[in-house]
Design a protein around this ligand. Structure first.
Ligand code: AMP
Length: 547
């Protein structure tokens, strides 16, 4: 027997229409590429998304066509989120920090029909356009006065397109499983792979972001989106903010500590999201300007950190200096990305500070909709005792089934997706990511967590950032080598750092060597590039590796 309730597909257009109708006056504020701070509202975003849908229709874009973007976090990019997907086309957000050859590969692989770009990427478009043979036109996301001098086929002006289009548009209603957006994983080896989200997966995921034990985003929040709109749909925040009617603040190209600080202060942001490196820059600014800043002028109360492990030292700083609670979250492009979220349970009320920070250092619990398990080498499920660690597998309605263009499923025979991460799960369900499976250091048959060592190191007052890799060792197979970037003016005192670490990790985990470096390589999404580090130090001889 079927239920007798209305059938309404979960479509992205319903999010923006809800925001326009019930939160129409709530602001969307952007720091624009042109240099100004632009103020808009959900009603205006909806109006312009409808115009965009009309303009795209006139340009010949139809259902299922891919529309690429090379753009920062601005109101225009948000308009594309709703306009492109709402009309049934597929928004393909391209990470402009990738190498040009990778961008060329993914735009061609996705067969993007049009590419919308911010002025910052004019040179990139100039260089790439001749090789993007399937692209029918390039749209500069600006007004006529700021149009770049660029000789590419069919160069169009975003503001002119919108001005000429009607705001009257009836969003089409179609199957909620229709593709809505496409993101390619950065992929440390091989070509990037596309993850093709659907309207259904996107709306369900947005709901999760607004759930109390999700990210609890609500109409009372002013959310600062420091995670790029080209990084897994900004962790779903534009959709979630429309769903709940949160004020949304977008930093444009300005992700330096000072710009973040000022915009968050000026817009009363109480909630923010970003990868650890963004927050390191934020605190660098605070440290430099400490004497002149009144931190009480920041309203920040919740900060979501994900993308890489949030170092405990960062969690402590947010708590002690800003009174902000870090919600540590884990996910990946393939999981939309929200999968585990570090909200406390009832039993954690009144937890002593140190224990609370330890809890927050874990990556959180599975949210409804996400199934999780850890498995051993022969695929057997491992206990959730917080000690056993194994390959983390996930499944759920916003987890990938197969990559874009792939013939085969990305899942194992039982329908689980292997994340490539190694983790423990404790009896309360809190996941702790030990490492990417490729980054685990295998020493004498035991595993050492590079993430734990790195987090311990950045707790030292002289250390800004740390990376730990396994280096070949004749006796132990591999031993840890630690590379540290020191804070300005600090000098490496390796024995002192070693002693500091000895109080925090098991003795046999301690790095065999600590080297100070000027900078560490990062991927286009801000993660440590361990593959490159391992290549650089492949032939490195550790002082303990004596014949
Ligand atoms: P991406 O698909 O580029 O977002 O990368 C996903 C990967 O980032 C995951 O598989 C993890 O290895 C890593 N990651 C994401 N969030 C966290 C976190 N909170 N702690 C540790 N690693 C994380």
């Amino acid at each position: 027997m079927l239920g007798l309730m209305q059938q309404q597909p979960l479509l992205i257009s319903t999010l923006i229409e809800h925001a326009a109708q019930f939160h129409g006056r709530t602001e969307v504020v952007s720091s624009r590429v042109e240099g100004d701070v632009h103020r808009s509202t959900w009603a205006e975003i909806a109006d312009r998304a409808r115009r965009l849908a009309n303009a795209l229709t006139q340009l010949g874009v139809g259902p299922g066509d891919r529309v690429g973007t090379l753009a920062w976090n601005t109101h225009r990019h948000a308009e594309l989120y709703f306009g492109v997907s709402g009309m049934g086309a597929v928004l393909h957000t391209v990470n402009p920090r990738l190498f040009p050859e990778q961008i060329e590969y993914i735009v061609n692989h996705a067969e993007d029909q049009y590419v919308f770009f911010d002025l910052s990427f004019t040179d990139l478009i100039r260089e790439l356009a001749p090789r993007l043979t399937g692209v029918r036109g390039f749209v500069a996301m600006t007004d006529r006065a700021h149009m770049p001098a660029l000789d590419v086929p069919n160069l169009l002006c975003y503001e002119e397109l919108l001005a000429a289009a009607s705001p009257e548009y009836t969003w089409p209603v179609f199957d909620e499983n229709t593709a809505s957006s496409l993101c390619y994983t950065s992929g440390t080896t091989g070509n990037p792979k596309g993850v093709l989200y659907s309207h259904r997966s996107t709306v369900l995921h947005a709901w999760t972001a607004c759930a109390a034990d999700g990210l609890s985003l609500s109409a009372r929040d002013s959310v600062f989106v420091a995670v790029p709109l080209f990084h897994v749909n900004a962790w779903g925040i534009p959709y979630a903010a429309a769903l709940c009617g949160a004020k949304m603040v977008l930093p444009g190209p300005r992700l330096d500590g000072e710009s973040l600080y000022r915009l968050m202060r000026d817009e009363g942001c109480n909630f923010s999201l970003g990868v650890p490196t963004v927050w390191l820059g934020f605190f660098d600014y605070i440290d430099r300007q400490r004497a002149t800043l009144d931190l009480a002028e920041l309203a920040l109360a919740r900060v979501v950190i994900g993308g890489s492990a949030a170092p405990r030292a960062l969690i402590e700083r947010f708590d002690r200096e800003l009174g902000a609670y870090v919600i540590h979250a884990w996910g990946m492009t393939e999981t939309s990305p929200l999968a585990t979220i570090g909200m406390p349970l009832r039993q954690h009320a009144g937890l002593p500070e140190a224990e609370r920070h330890a809890l927050q250092s874990k990556q959180g619990r599975a949210i409804y909709g996400v199934g999780l398990k850890i498995v051993g080498e022969s695929g057997e499920s491992l206990p959730h005792d917080g000690v056993a660690f194994g390959d983390l597998k996930v499944r759920g309605p916003w987890v990938v089934e197969r990559y874009y263009g792939a013939d085969a499923s990305a899942l194992d025979a039982d329908g689980w997706f292997a994340t490539g991460d190694v983790a423990t799960i404790d009896p309360d369900g809190y996941v702790q990511i030990t490492d990417r499976s490729k980054d685990v250091i295998k020493s004498g048959g035991e595993w050492i967590s590079s993430i734990d060592l790195e987090n311990a190191a950045v707790g030292h007052p002289d250390v800004r950032e740390a990376a730990v890799i396994g280096v070949a060792h004749r006796k132990w197979q591999e031993r840890p080598l630690m590379l540290v970037v020191l804070k300005p003016g600090a000098v490496l005192d390796a024995p002192a750092l070693h002693a500091f670490l000895a109080e925090r990790v098991a003795k046999w985990w301690l790095p065999d060597e600590i080297i100070a470096v000027d900078a560490l390589p990062h991927t286009a999404t801000g993660k440590l590039q361990k593959v490159r580090l391992r290549e650089t130090y492949r032939a490195h001889q550790l002082p303990t590796d004596t014949a």
